[in-house]
Design a protein around this ligand. Structure first.
Ligand code: 5GP
Ligand code: ZN
Length: 118
């Protein structure tokens, strides 16, 4: 069973902030911003590549509630999902990083030439 399935099953403790029948949101163990929440589906979906449009629709509503719950919906925030090797995905269970609570930087994403692909 994967790490986040174990968190859903409460085999590994987390610090949850919101939960419903389908989704769970909890604090990231290694926060990168004053607010850094992970929002996940309770069923095991490996990444954004595999998620259905139907589940994603419900997930969108859940992520909006996470932002409201953390009181960052008005001040602004960022939603990120890393996919696969190049995306830097470390946990192979779909998760959305919800980051806020301060002005976020727009990062340096790659050392490769950003105009090199086309
Ligand atoms: P990824 O790199 O896959 O997009 O993000 C994985 C995230 O999971 C990282 O931000 C990391 O800090 C977080 N993480 C890894 N293990 C745990 C854990 O056991 N508990 C919690 N709450 N977060 C975790
Ligand atoms: Zn899983």
């Amino acid at each position: 069973m994967c790490l986040f399935c174990k968190i859903v099953n409460k085999e590994i403790p987390s610090n949850p902030i919101l939960e419903d029948d389908n989704f769970l949101a909890f604090h990231d163990i290694n926060p990168k911003a004053p607010v850094h929440i992970l929002a996940i589906p309770k069923i095991h979906v490996e990444s954004f590549n595999e998620v259905s449009g139907e589940l994603m629709g419900k997930m969108t509503t859940f992520i909006q509630k996470v932002a409201q719950e953390m009181d960052i919906d008005k001040s602004g925030y960022r939603v990120i999902t890393n996919v696969g090797e190049n995306g830097g995905q470390e946990v192979q269970h779909l998760h959305f990083h919800v980051l806020g609570g301060a002005k976020l930087k727009w990062g340096h994403f790659s050392d490769a030439d950003p105009k090199g692909h086309f």
